[in-house]
Design a binder for this molecule. Structure first.
Ligand code: COA
Length: 256
């Protein structure tokens, strides 16, 4: 248990619960590190057969902590390393990943779903990837995986217009397995995870490996993260983070 991430192993399921509801589970460096460490340990721990990811409060996660992005943009802390390590780790996970998502899933909150094997959404879930409005580029191989899954037009509208995707639409275009009332979300995801614990782990592992092009994903992550790090330092990005902190819309007309 780290401050804002609870980790718990029960009946073969490692449950990772984001616990920073007052900030909509926005992810800090320490939270990314806690998630990466837990995922890495799970890979080496034969008693863990499935990983379940969920968040407390009304939002799955508001994505990367924007105050952290702002200090990275000002050069006060190194750019993005815990986030990058987490993205690399989750994208390489060999064990099945199940996600339970309610409310807003912003940025990495949506892009990690592309690395999960089963995704359950509460009926109030909204997937949002506002990278361009933050003057950033998509991450976690989502620039390849999202258009692959839902087509270029819909993916572009999510990235560039920041158009949220509601739960029912996400289900219809194959981003999720089911939409359930919020009160049933955790049970539904846990039931699926429990079923997976009873499947032969070797066959599960090989099936996942066959279904994911890990080499292509790693190459996309490397290309994205180079651009992402450069973009974080741009005047555009500084304006976007300042606008969020000052609760005003960004004005990109004067920054180039
Ligand atoms: N980083 C840091 N703090 C965040 C945050 C983030 N990504 N998202 C929300 N918060 C904080 C808010 O600053 C606010 O803190 P305060 O109470 O100390 O002022 C608190 O969480 C509640 O957020 P609020 O915006 O009031 O909630 P909301 O329900 O009106 O809106 C969101 C929820 C998620 C839609 C909205 O907070 C949002 O757009 N957040 C930014 C998401 C984002 O761009 N993430 C980066 C993606 S790459």
């Amino acid at each position: 248990m780290t401050e804002h991430v609870k980790t718990e192993i029960t009946n073969g399921i490692l449950t990772l619960t984001l616990q920073r509801p007052e900030k909509k589970n926005a992810l800090t460096g320490a939270m990314y590190d806690a998630l990466s460490d837990a995922l890495r340990k799970a890979e080496a721990d034969a008693s863990v057969r499935v990983v379940l990811i969920q968040g407390d409060g009304d939002s799955f996660t508001a994505g990367n902590d924007l105050a952290d992005f702002a200090s990275q943009a000002r050069g006060e802390v190194p750019v993005d390393s815990p986030a990058h390590r987490f993205i690399e780790t989750i994208s390489k996970a060999g064990k099945p990943l199940v996600a339970a998502v309610q409310g807003n899933a912003v940025g990495v909150g949506t892009t990690i779903l592309l690395h999960c094997d089963l995704v359950y959404l509460a009926d109030n879930a909204r997937l949002i990837t506002p990278f361009v409005n933050l003057a950033l580029v998509p991450e976690a191989a989502s620039s390849w995986l999202l258009p692959l899954r839902i087509g270029h037009a819909r993916a572009y509208a999510m990235f560039a217009l920041g158009e949220p995707m509601e739960a029912s639409a996400a289900l219809a275009c194959g981003l999720a397995n089911a939409v359930v009332p919020q009160a049933e979300l955790r049970k539904r995801a846990l039931d699926a995870a429990t079923t997976l614990t009873k499947r032969p782990a070797g066959a599960l592992g090989q099936t996942k490996k066959l279904m994911r092009d890990h080499q292509r994903i790693a190459a996309q992550i490397a290309e994205e993260s180079q651009l992402f790090k450069e973009r974080l330092k741009t005047p555009e990005a500084r304006e976007a983070f300042a606008a969020f902190a000052e609760r005003r819309p960004p004005d990109f007309s004067k920054v180039g």
